[in-house]
Design a protein around this ligand. Structure first.
Ligand SMILES: [Zn+2]
Length: 316
């Protein structure tokens, strides 16, 4: 019986070197106060509701049929500039091509992808971080993993229509906001792991030529370091799995990317994501309210009609 996708995906990158651990010398991360649209004409590009949380029809024939769309699709022409939605640190910038295997099966990937992690200041309730995700970009990304970026900094462009560079999709930006820091054990990953473990058993050892399979539900999954998780089974077996996934194309080395970073998921997974157009507006209004509340009222000036509210307020 073939291993479920989540387990294969979690296992695949184990042979890869882990990304370098961030040391204490990382440049300071500017906190993200307000967010802005990642491109001009964002709202027009949504063509209505932007597909967030929409279920892909079972009859679409797509490999992700029956799952839910986790981001907003922004339908704008190839070449449209894409910018950082807020201050943050680039955690991922790489290519993941769509490719066809010898049996003629198509493996859909994401084209060029950027993920930026944002530390929120102030936090949004109990949310301290979000990650903005930009998918189906053109070749020639303008940032690299590790870069610290400012809100509005150009990071790339929408990939050309149905091109190799964008993963062969119609030209659009898939823009998502995932709750939490980049390195995390997303609830969806835990659920998927537990479900699949019940189905076929988990590899108990990744060493040597043989792989022992055990049939036991997952008892506990904990993040061991940034990119590996310790999986403790109910029978006491412990194994270590990577939380990274990436391109499976033989022509392109798998790009390390954290397991949550996918375009589609089950209904519950939608809750890990924010509806970008709504959340960005809400955060902007909250910022404006704070500015108004802390700005002293100007002295009465009857000779200055038309003085509007602080449109020049600074955002950082
Ligand atoms: Zn999409």
């Amino acid at each position: 019986m073939p291993l479920p996708v989540s387990i294969v995906a979690a296992l695949l990158p184990l042979s890869l070197p882990a990304p370098p651990e961030a040391g204490p010398r990382e440049p300071p991360l500017p906190p993200a106060t307000t967010f802005e649209w990642p491109c001009d004409d964002y709202r027009r590009g949504l063509r209505g509701a932007g597909n967030f949380g929409v279920k892909v029809g079972e009859r679409s024939g797509a490999p992700f049929a029956g799952t839910w769309h986790l981001a907003e699709d922004v339908w704008l022409p190839g070449g449209t500039e894409v910018r950082a939605a807020a201050n943050g640190r680039v955690r991922y910038a790489d290519f993941s091509p769509t490719w066809t295997d010898d049996a003629g099966r198509k493996h859909w990937n994401l084209g060029h992808v950027v993920v930026i992690e944002h530390a929120l200041s102030p936090p949004d309730g109990d949310r301290t971080h979000v990650c903005s995700v930009y998918v189906h970009l053109a070749a020639g990304l303008r940032v690299s993993a590790g870069d610290v970026v400012r809100r509005g900094a150009p990071i790339g462009a929408v990939g050309a229509d149905r091109s190799e560079e964008n993963g062969e999709y119609p030209a659009h930006l898939h823009f998502g906001l995932h709750v939490g820091p980049y390195f995390q054990l997303a609830p969806s990953w835990r659920r998927e792991l537990a479900r699949d473990a019940l189905e076929v058993g988990l590899p108990a050892s990744d060493r040597g030529p043989t792989m022992r399979l055990v049939r036991s539900p997952v008892a506990e999954v904990t993040l061991r370091d940034r990119t590996t998780a310790e999986v403790r089974l109910e029978d006491g077996t412990v194994s270590v799995m990577s939380t990274l996934v990436g391109s499976t194309s033989p022509g392109h080395r798998p790009a390390d990317i954290v397991h949550w970073c996918r375009g589609y998921g089950d209904r519950e997974t939608v809750d890990e994501w924010l509806r970008p157009s709504e959340w960005i507006e809400r955060r902007r209004r909250a910022f404006d309210d704070r500015v108004r509340a802390t700005t002293p009222a100007p002295p009465p000036a009857p000779s200055a009609p038309g003085a509007g509210r602080g449109s020049g307020s600074r955002r950082s």
